[in-house]
Design a protein around this ligand. Structure first.
Ligand code: SF4
Ligand code: SF4
Length: 428
């Protein structure tokens, strides 16, 4: 019989059904969280654009990726300089996953006590069918925590995967030199995929373009942290998450429209509420779409998220690249410095900087309480909890540790604790 006429095998049928079930569950979750965002009172008009990006990527399974012929590079941490990927003629897409359906599959090959983010990433790769993963030509995995390290090894079975060794001590010049060398290797490997050799001018151009994005993000962070509530933190976190799945220039242009809308509201004193609600800062493990459970629960329980120190939120995006030397090496070093030095991720051996940053944010955004979010199995963040609690306690700022997983089973329990926390702040 002609090959094309052959019926699919039982294994192929099972695989197809498994993929369909996985995609359905993934879509249902994305729909649920997008609906919750839509139902929140005070949704800004210009939020629609960002909602559409998330809808396209997670429900319609179609991103900007499919409408371009460009090569896509998947990244798994905010410490991968995006300017280099763009300069090499490709597009970055951030793949840290918040998909509960992925965990179900990842559980089969990742140890039980690993964090759900890594389980979800592995599961998403095992089943495939999701365009943001399938369309990537290569993955870049910074070697940070143990989970990411082992994840890099597993991902090599699915796609070409480049390990990027991030220095674990920011003051160690040898580690930074090594990181810069690895950035050159990364640039060369992407160039091999796209057929483009990066010039100094390309890199400079991308740094300038990204600076425009960072300017708008800076404006946005100031507006969302305003003394009077102009946008809810859950909407803001969805906006920040959507950056990973869009063209950066379009995204920045739409963020500008949203910022302009918020500025008009500020001038007209058209606030979401005139009531004084507890102002909350979220820090801790990444909050990746669709897993917006924590910010949504805070707002459902009567608090407002005015700032976040997480890497799919404020941490990753707004610091500009400081260029002193415009040679190729100068630009590469400036990028290395930008992506590592301000990063307050707890994978660094000495991380006093994170405490200082949170103290500053508490002051700048008049924060009343801090939610310390720990994804189950995320030890690096858990390690820093006690010190943070002690420092904030000395400042009279309450903090609670909230552990969560990628499922809905912990919702009721988290709700009770959040409600008590928010009420405690109200009556303080
Ligand atoms: S938590 Fe740390 S290791 Fe994980 S993505 Fe963020 S910056 Fe990277
Ligand atoms: S930092 Fe935490 S959440 Fe991120 S990969 Fe490592 S263990 Fe998982």
């Amino acid at each position: 019989m002609d090959n094309a006429m052959k019926s699919p095998s039982i294994d192929q049928c099972l695989e197809e059904r498994q993929k369909e079930r996985f995609l359905n569950k993934s879509r249902q979750l994305a729909v649920k969280y997008l609906n919750k965002l839509e139902e929140l009172p005070g949704t800004p008009n210009n939020f629609t654009y960002f909602r559409k990006i998330l809808k396209k990527a997670f429900i319609e399974n179609d991103t900007f990726i499919r409408s371009t012929n460009e090569k896509i590079i998947g990244t798994y941490c905010v410490m991968v300089p995006q300017e280099i990927i763009y300069a090499a003629g490709a597009r970055p897409v951030q793949l840290c996953s918040g998909n509960y359906a992925g965990v179900h599959f990842g559980d089969d090959i990742v140890p039980r006590d690993s964090c759900p983010l890594v389980k979800a990433v592995v599961g998403n790769n095992m089943v495939s069918g999701s365009s943001i993963y399938d369309d990537c030509s290569m993955y870049i995995v910074p070697i940070t925590c143990d989970c990411k390290k082992k994840m890099a090894g597993i991902l090599k079975d699915y796609k070409e995967t480049l390990e990027l060794h991030v220095p674990i001590n920011k003051l160690d010049d040898t580690g930074m030199d090594y990181y810069v060398k690895e950035l050159y290797i990364m640039m060369e490997k992407i160039g091999r995929i796209t057929g483009k050799k990066v010039t100094r001018i390309d890199l400079e151009h991308q740094i300038d373009e990204m600076a425009v994005v960072q300017d708008e993000i800076y404006r946005f962070i100031q507006l969302k942290g305003n003394r009077n509530l102009l946008i809810r933190g859950s909407h803001a976190m969805a906006v920040m998450n959507s950056f990973s799945y869009d063209d950066k220039t379009c995204w920045a242009a739409n963020l500008k429209l949203l910022n302009n809308e918020l500025e008009v509201k500020l001038k007209q004193k058209n606030y979401i509420t005139k009531k004084k609600l507890p102002r909350i800062l979220i820090t801790g493990s990444p909050i990746a779409f669709p897993n917006l459970k924590i910010p949504l629960l805070i707002e459902e329980m009567g608090g407002v998220v005015v700032a976040d120190e997480t890497c799919m939120g404020d941490r990753g995006l707004y610091d500009p690249v400081a260029v002193c030397d415009t040679s190729m090496d100068g630009l590469m070093r400036a990028l290395a410095n930008r992506y590592v030095l301000p990063c307050s991720c707890p994978i660094f051996t000495e991380n006093r900087q994170r405490i200082e940053r949170i103290k500053q944010m508490v002051h700048d955004y008049q924060v009343d309480g801090v939610i310390y979010h720990v994804l189950r199995g995320c030890l690096v963040y858990d390690f820093e909890y006690q010190e943070m609690e002690k420092v904030l306690g000395e400042l009279g700022i309450s903090m609670i540790r909230v552990e969560s997983d990628y499922n809905e089973e912990d919702v009721e329990q988290i709700k009770i604790r959040m409600e008590a926390f928010v009420e405690m702040i109200k009556f303080r």
